[in-house]
Write a protein that binds this ligand. Structure first.
Ligand SMILES: O=P(O)(O)OC[C@H]1O[C@H](O[C@H]2O[C@H](CO)[C@@H](O)[C@H](O)[C@H]2O)[C@H](O)[C@@H](O)[C@@H]1O
Length: 525
């Protein structure tokens, strides 16, 4: 029998929760738009009632990874740190009022020797208001690469571990590591928190039992949690052996945020079926009573940060790249895809649809290009290796069958691609396709829409008249969180490659019709 010692660790925490004195409390003072949503697409429900009026002045954002780049200068034997401008965590900060102080708690992407940890921690707090949680190597491997990436990530994206090739089966040691890592993060929060005044925002599926440790220590601390991934149907979720511990972890918060109504609905149905908890509408918000507290459930879809994206659009390096891409694909229609190398992003299915399209319509051969940017994998699992192998072999096959001299139908860009370069591809491509079989939100369509709108500088670089209409098409999977918000997109079932091919064909026909129409109107003038 595997040891259940970590269950004890957690039980100690959650067990005590049963003993929390049920002092009547005022309604939790919950922030609206916790900064997750910036001034872009996706918005909160726009409430501005009394719940929003008492945002605490210091926020502690806890996430698996700090928004930092870290590099070791081996010659000078010094660490070099800088802010990771791409991190969504910085976007959270932009949503708060300027007076709000934000402290981040999380791990570094690098290993720091124990002898250097104290000095590094002091520097990061002073220079970046970051508090590093140093998770020992053995725990980290089982916590992140094990329980997070091999168990929770597949399950939350609707994949059951039916056989070893499809996610690892439940492993109590990995769960123990998950609980231990969450405790390490909780201890770090406790080092800096002022429980009377601070608001603690916990991010994502890596840290779902962290609230239990904090609630055990501070009965009255204000805790919010946001899940960036999907929350699956209760029929999937109930297969998880530690389903109750995780639900209780989340319920130890005052507010739980989800991207979509469906994810919130699934969570509520799990609370009802597994814990016998029913929800009710409280002052216009959905709330659950849990040991004398009300836990609010909110739909807070993440958006993009327009300001940051617009500034990247105006980099001279973006103009140069856009011009270069435009020249490279002159006379061809460009479809762009940007995805993480992950088994749920449906990259191979997208390639199969593209292959089918070329096979069905010979006229497109030589004239159509799919530029597929692949962000490097974060997980090292064999599932990701297999997805990568399949992506490469499908792309190679398409290029062999339909390629010619000076023409490759699939351009696979598999390296870290800077923001400016992605922006340039978005700006040039007339169609963007997101074919994920499941994704919490997916911000690619929003970025594409903004980049296609262009800017005077970008239009100038590309030789486009600013007032001339630009036609763009979006093909998106119906299984991603952002899908319902994209009313102008063509929605597809990503598993049905023939239907995706047909959708791409419709998109191309629309582009051609529209361009002919514009050309005719311009000529007539
Ligand atoms: O791979 P991880 O380190 O475990 O992180 C998980 C993913 O986090 C981010 O995506 C998630 O948040 C996005 C914004 O809310 C959402 O659009 C997406 O659906 C979520 O999965 C990150 O963008 C991914 O690269 C990570 O894999």
């Amino acid at each position: 029998m595997p040891s259940r010692s970590c269950a004890n660790l957690l039980d100690m925490a959650s067990g005590d929760i049963l003993d929390i004195p049920q002092t009547p409390r005022a309604l939790p003072r919950v922030m609206t738009v916790p900064g997750i949503i910036a001034d872009g697409y996706g918005s909160n429900d726009g409430d501005s009632d009394s719940m929003s009026s008492s945002c605490r002045e210091r926020k502690i954002i806890v996430a698996n990874m700090l928004p930092l780049h870290a590099q070791r200068d081996t010659t000078a034997k010094k660490w070099l740190f800088s802010l990771d401008e791409d991190s969504l965590l910085l976007q959270l900060k932009d949503g708060f009022s300027p007076e709000t102080e934000v402290v981040y708690v999380g791990s570094l992407k690098v290993d720091v020797e124990p002898s250097e940890q104290e000095e590094v921690a002091q520097r990061l707090l002073e220079e970046f208001k970051c508090v590093p949680a140093f998770v020992p190597h053995d725990i980290q491997a089982k916590f992140y690469h094990g329980f997070c990436k091999q168990q929770l990530w597949p399950l939350f994206h609707y994949m059951l571990p039916m056989c070893p090739d499809h996610g690892d089966r439940f492993d109590r040691q990995m769960w123990q590591a998950y609980v231990s890592a969450n405790k390490i993060f909780a201890d770090k929060v406790m080092e800096v928190v002022n429980p009377e005044d601070d608001y603690i925002w916990i991010q994502d599926y890596h840290l779902m039992v962290l609230p239990t440790f904090l609630r055990k220590r501070y009965h009255r601390v204000q805790l919010g949690f946001f899940l960036h991934s999907p929350f699956p149907s209760s029929e999937i979720y109930r297969t998880l052996p530690v389903r109750d511990e995780i639900l209780k972890g989340l319920l130890n918060c005052d507010l739980i945020g989800f991207h979509t109504f469906d994810y919130a609905r699934h969570f509520l149905s799990c609370c009802s079926r597994m814990l016998g908890l029913d929800y009710e509408s409280k002052r216009g918000h959905i709330g659950l009573d849990y040991f004398g507290r009300t836990v609010y459930i909110k739909i807070l879809p993440v958006g993009i940060h327009m300001g940051r994206l617009e500034s990247v659009m105006n980099f001279s390096s973006t103009f140069v790249k856009a011009k270069e891409v435009q020249e490279q694909f002159k006379g061809k229609k460009v479809i762009v895809g940007v995805d993480d190398m992950d088994i749920f992003k449906g990259i191979s299915l997208k390639l199969l649809a593209f292959e089918y399209l070329l096979q069905q319509d010979q006229n497109l051969q030589g004239k159509l290009v799919l530029v597929q940017i692949v962000n490097p994998a974060r997980s090292s699992g064999k599932d990701v290796q297999e997805a990568k192998r399949e992506t490469y072999s499908t792309a190679e096959r398409i290029n062999q069958i339909y390629g010619r001299s000076n023409y490759e139908p699939v351009i696979l860009i598999d390296r870290p691609v800077p923001h400016s370069e992605k922006t340039a591809y978005y700006a040039v491509a007339e169609c963007c396709v997101v074919n994920a079989v499941r994704d919490g939100m997916n911000l690619v369509p929003y970025k594409y829409i903004v980049c296609r709108q262009g800017s005077p500088g970008m239009d100038d670089a590309m030789g486009i008249k600013t007032d001339s209409p630009k036609t763009s098409m979006l093909v998106v999977s119906e299984f991603i969180g952002c899908s319902p918000s994209l009313s102008g997109a063509i929605r597809v079932n990503p598993w049905d490659s023939e239907a995706v091919a047909e959708a791409l064909n419709v998109a191309l026909q629309c582009l051609i019709l529209r361009n002919n129409f514009v050309m005719r109107s311009t000529t007539a003038m």
